[in-house]
Design a protein around this ligand. Structure first.
Ligand code: LLP
Length: 414
């Protein structure tokens, strides 16, 4: 739950506002985002790693207002398309603090990045190096995405540091070294740094230490001065009771120790570190509110709500698990399956979660840890309009993403 969330009777208070009031005012489904939780977590990265550049992974919660909070807290921003860049521009995010990513950047993505003057572009293929080399004028800073071959022990769909997946240049095969030489050959590009991102929802600091060891050995062997080492994001967030937050303090200490040791060992200058947290900043700040629309009691009890896989595809995609809480009253708990409104049997939001046995249509449900990759992954499946994001702070609530309407849907149809 967001920091400071508490009960008032059977109501849940987030950012100083009872969620029953938020549901009445803004409708459901609706995503509530606690501003202080987001900003405090962003700040804690900057304060715990004062020598590093902390780059918010904009894909985790794409929203100009959120990007503005990040800018104000001193973070940089990573964007992975011209679309995310458009949001950054709308936020007035300084180009000097934007990094562009993506295993595919179209010519339009690259041109938009160059036109805005994005400070660094992380290249991911030889094709891209050639294309960017031709498009860029004098001294565009470039980082190279390396696949360090580190297993981050996470879900296969979000493990990106191992060999044999689509991202980056393999360190083991020598492709990374070749990419370094290619960038150096391009007169319009300047090699600023190396990048790796081992995966998402990573729990172990040791996985990052292993990435540092491998990346520093590459820096030592490439014969080119590397000023920046970007270790990507992936720091885990707790979704269920008993799961712990990422050990940021331990990470900062062990990172510093390992980096200094490895650089001394290989006799290379210590590069400036960049990290790219997304989920660990915003996940726990978000709570989604749903209205119960129907309950079916049989061998299992199905509780159907007014949202589903269009606002949260994560259970279907990654087997993600969530807590569900009934707001407004208590009752003897009974395990139920909370399902969405979409035309698929796999549209299940949470299985075997305890809810009061008399749960009925009209009840309000709250699902925490929905701040990261929920608004971002939302779709219009079944032409369901996407929910708003309501920022709450000190008793004030305001939409930072408004609810989608049927006019929005119809606008694209010819
Ligand atoms: N940097 C790069 C290059 C990335 O690709 C990502 C996430 C991040 C940073 C931020 O990772 P984070 O700190 O948020 O874990 N849709 C999936 C997550 C996909 C992550 C994609 N890349 C999910 O809902 O779990």
């Amino acid at each position: 739950w967001p920091d400071g969330t508490h009960l008032s009777g059977a109501d849940l208070v987030i950012g100083g506002i009872p969620v029953t009031r938020l549901a009445a005012q803004f409708g459901t489904p609706c995503q509530v985002l606690d501003v202080e939780t987001v900003r405090r977590r962003a700040r804690s990265f900057v304060e715990t790693l004062p020598d590093a550049e902390v780059v918010f992974a904009g894909k985790s919660l794409p929203c100009p207002e959120v990007y503005r909070w990040m800018a104000a807290e001193g973070l940089s921003l990573d964007v992975s398309s011209a679309g995310e860049l458009a949001l950054a521009k709308a936020a007035g995010f300084p180009a000097s603090r934007i990094v562009m990513h993506g295993n595919v950047k179209t010519a339009e993505d690259l041109k938009a990045a160059l036109a805005y003057g994005v400070s660094r572009i992380v290249v991911d293929s030889l094709d891209e190096i050639a294309q960017l080399g031709a498009l860029a004028r004098h001294g565009q800073q470039v980082m190279i995405r390396v696949t360090p071959g580190v297993d981050a022990h996470t879900h296969a769909a979000i493990a990106t540091g191992v060999e044999d997946q689509k991202f980056g240049f393999s360190l083991a095969s020598g492709a990374a070294l070749e990419a370094i030489l290619r960038v150096v050959e391009q007169p319009s590009l300047r090699l600023t740094g190396l990048h790796c991102h081992i995966g998402s929802q990573v729990r172990h600091v040791a996985s990052y230490e292993e990435a540092v060891r491998r990346m520093v050995s590459l820096i030592a062997s490439c014969g080119v001065r590397i000023e920046q080492l970007d270790l990507g994001g992936g720091f885990c967030a707790p979704y269920l009771p008993g799961e712990s937050s990422f050990d940021l303090f331990g990470f900062a200490q062990r990172l510093r120790g390992t980096l200094n040791y490895e650089c001394a060992l290989h006799r290379v200058p210590v590069p400036r570190v960049l990290i790219e947290p997304g989920r660990s900043i915003v996940a726990n700040a978000g709570v989604t509110l749903y209205r119960v629309c129907a309950v079916k009691r049989g061998a299992r009890t199905f509780v159907a709500v007014d949202g589903g896989m269009s606002d949260n595809p994560r259970p279907a995609l990654y087997g993600a698990k969530y807590v569900v809480r009934l707001v407004g009253r208590g009752g003897k708990p009974q395990p139920v399956t909370v399902v969405g409104r979409h035309c698929e049997a796999g549209d299940v939001l949470a299985e075997d979660v305890p809810l009061p046995s008399d749960v009925h249509a009209g009840d309000l449900l709250a699902v925490p840890v929905t701040g990261a990759y929920h608004h971002a992954l939302a779709s219009n499946y079944n032409q369901v309009c996407r929910p708003p994001v309501i920022a709450v702070n000190n008793g004030v609530a305001r939409p930072v993403v408004r609810r989608e309407t049927e006019e929005d849907l119809l606008r694209r149809y010819v």
